[in-house]
Design a binder for this molecule. Structure first.
Ligand SMILES: Nc1ncnc2c1ncn2[C@@H]1O[C@H](COP(=O)(O)OP(=O)(O)O)[C@@H](O)[C@H]1O
Ligand SMILES: [Mg+2]
Length: 263
């Protein structure tokens, strides 16, 4: 069992406060959805958890199994088992998907402390094991063979980029996955594949934070909790019914209730 606990998190970007005190606890085995209008701070939250240098922690803690990860470099966070699927994945021309996945997997398997001697120790995944895992996951996510020889996200369609994020998530086998609008811009078939990919990761050992703008993915991925983020604050928390309420009433309703002091 593991847990990710966010305590009173305040984050600023370029001098502007974006997150205004986020409290959220996610246990492994559960899926939490965060919904919110554009600009509410959803990506800021995901990038701050992962450690993007542009996002300054003004106050608060993010504890992963009780350890404050905000003091850890990004690669240590990844090795601890935290994964982020980006809303806007970057292209890496010249690096094939297969190479990228293998290098990233092996980087996560390095033990930076060695056996106590301070010398980093490699522990590469054997190539046959990598090939088998990749073939399995490509089948699961209905990824075409040609995909893995192409350069990472280079000339990829929006849907292909999102599928690659999900493929990475499956290959890295994280203990905690954050998915930042992995559903945006997908047609219904691609959305179903991505949703099934997310559901397939669900297990008692994995916690999932699903960030989304739209309710439609929640028809395929069933969250245990839904949180509504508005203006850098979680203003409502509920079950799946909250997503349906948002869909019918829109975010203005939450915002109005918030500023009328009712939310
Ligand atoms: N790298 C950045 N540089 C400047 N402003 C940013 C940056 N990232 C986010 N912001 C600002 O922070 C606010 C929240 O953005 P974001 O977290 O991307 O929201 P969401 O993902 O909910 O749409 C917006 O006002 C946005 O302009
Ligand atoms: Mg965003």
């Amino acid at each position: 069992m593991s847990s990710l606990e966010i305590r009173d998190l305040v984050v600023s970007v370029e001098g502007k406060t974006i997150l205004n005190g986020i409290d959220l606890a996610i246990e492994s085995g559960s899926v939490h959805a965060i919904m919110g209008p554009n600009g509410s701070g959803k990506s800021t939250l995901s990038l701050a958890i992962m450690g993007h240098p542009k996002y300054k922690i003004v106050r608060g803690q993010v504890l992963f199994d009780g350890q404050n990860i905000l003091a850890m470099p990004v690669d240590a966070r990844a090795r601890a088992g935290i994964f982020l699927a980006f809303q806007y994945p970057s292209a890496i021309p010249g690096v094939s998907v297969a190479n990228f996945l293998r290098t990233a997997i092996n980087a996560r398997r390095v033990d930076p402390t060695g056996n106590g001697d301070g010398q980093a120790k490699k522990n590469d995944m054997p190539i046959p094991q990598f090939r088998k895992l990749l073939a399995e996951k490509m089948k699961l996510l209905e990824v075409d063979d040609s995909f893995i020889t192409r350069s990472v996200n280079d000339g990829f369609s929006g849907g292909e980029k999102k599928r690659l994020e999900i493929l990475q998530m499956h290959m890295f086998q994280p203990r905690f996955a954050i998915l930042d609008e992995t559903d945006s811009g997908l047609d219904i078939d691609a959305l179903k594949v991505v949703a099934e990919g997310i559901e397939a990761l669900r297990s008692p050992e994995v916690g999932i934070l699903l960030i989304t703008h739209y309710e439609r993915i929640l028809k395929f991925v069933h969250p245990d909790f839904v949180h509504v983020l508005v203006d850098g604050r979680i203003v409502r928390t509920g079950g799946p019914e909250l997503a349906a309420e948002l869909e019918s009433k829109g975010y203005d309703f939450v915002r109005e209730a918030l500023y009328a002091g009712k939310a």
